[in-house]
Every structure is written in structure tokens, then in C-alpha cells.
Design a protein around this ligand. Structure first.
Ligand SMILES: [Mn+2]
Length: 195
């Protein structure tokens, strides 16, 4: 089964993550950061990856360590669950509209971490949440998941919609990339012989 569990404890955060790539989008995400939980729920639901996240972080400072470290653990879990990448599609993309916002995600499970981030939030906050942490999360996810991840905002004036469209776009792209390609058998989707 393509599942993984990661536990990551530091002086700043204690995090446990479990994922099932062949799930139905069931989620149970509790980080203590309300808006971030809402975004993780979107990531699970729209990728069809079952996801459980528990994070206890130093929220008395701010949400930064909790969000970033959850991205690290989730990236590690995805990389572990996807395994040797035989038979998967490898690439995924999505243009995701949400009311005023449209965000495009394109990704490659390349083992070459890279984030292209072309998103400009019109506000510094969504409720109590710092919008800059959306980028921090995806940077951590890309780095520790071995993902080449491009996220481009095409439209939008609501920070909530832009953030949510980004998470949903990445979710849909991830769903595509981790999916088994019925034509591929157990072949590696690369001419190099390694990914
Ligand atoms: Mn929402």
C-alpha cells in the first residue's frame, strides 16, 4: 500500500502526519491554526489523499514554525508513500478557479525540489493568519517532497480565495501526478532509469 507515517519533533513543534495516496480524500487535520487546517482539508479532499495531521507548535510566538514544519513532514510523507515511482504519472497540473481567483499549479515528482511562486496576496492577513506562510508551506512541501512545484496566480482579489485556490490547484495536480497510469505497468516515467 502507498501509505506513510512521519513523526517529527523539535524544540519548536511536535508533528505527526499520515497519508494514504490511494484514499478517498478523508481527512482529520488539527494544527491549532484554524485557517491552515481549512487549507490542509482542501489539500486532502481534492487530491483524494487520505490525510491525518496533528501538530503542536509554538503558536505563542506565531504560526510560522507550525506551518513550515507541517509542510516538511507532509513532504516527507508524500515522498515516502510514492516510493520508487514506478507506474505513476509523475506530472500533474491544474487551473483552479474560485470566484475571483484563478491559480495554476504544475508539478513534477522529480526529486529535484524547486518552487516557482508567482502569487501576490493583496492583504498581509487572512483573519489571524499571515498570508506569507502559504509560500513557506509550499516551499517546505516542495523541498522535502522532492517536488518541482510551480504556482502562478492568474487572477484574484480575495486573499482567502487566492490561498484556497492555490491549495486546491496543488491538490488536483498532486492527484494526477501520484496516480497509477494504467498504460505504464511498472515502468518508471523517466528515460534516465531513476527518479
Ligand atoms: Mn474557504
Amino acid at each position: 500500500m502507498r501509505k506513510a507515517e512521519i513523526t517529527r519533533n523539535t524544540a519548536e513543534t511536535q508533528i505527526s502526519v499520515s497519508v494514504n495516496l490511494d484514499g478517498t480524500g478523508k481527512y482529520d487535520n488539527q494544527t491549532g491554526v484554524g485557517f491552515f487546517d481549512h487549507m490542509l482539508d482542501q489539500l486532502s479532499r481534492h487530491s483524494m489523499i487520505d490525510m491525518t495531521v496533528r501538530a503542536t507548535g509554538d503558536l505563542h510566538i506565531d504560526d510560522h514554525h507550525t506551518v513550515e514544519d507541517t509542510g516538511i513532514a507532509l513532504g516527507q510523507a508524500l515522498a515516502q508513500a510514492v516510493g520508487d515511482k514506478r507506474g505513476i504519472r509523475r506530472y500533474g497540473e491544474c487551473h483552479l478557479p474560485m470566484d475571483d481567483a484563478q491559480v495554476r499549479a504544475a508539478l513534477d515528482l522529480s526529486a529535484r525540489p524547486f518552487l516557482v511562486w508567482s502569487v501576490d496576496f493583496p492583504t498581509a492577513k487572512i483573519g489571524a493568519f499571515d498570508t506569507e506562510l502559504v509560500r513557506e508551506f509550499f516551499q517546505a512541501l516542495a523541498t522535502h517532497g522532492g517536488i518541482t512545484l510551480h504556482i502562478d496566480q492568474l487572477h484574484g482579489f480575495s486573499s482567502h480565495h487566492i490561498a484556497e485556490a492555490a491549495f486546491k490547484a496543488v491538490a488536483r495536480a498532486l492527484r494526477m501526478a501520484v496516480e497509477q497510469d494504467p498504460r505504464a505497468g511498472d515502468a518508471l516515467p523517466s528515460t534516465k532509469g531513476a527518479l
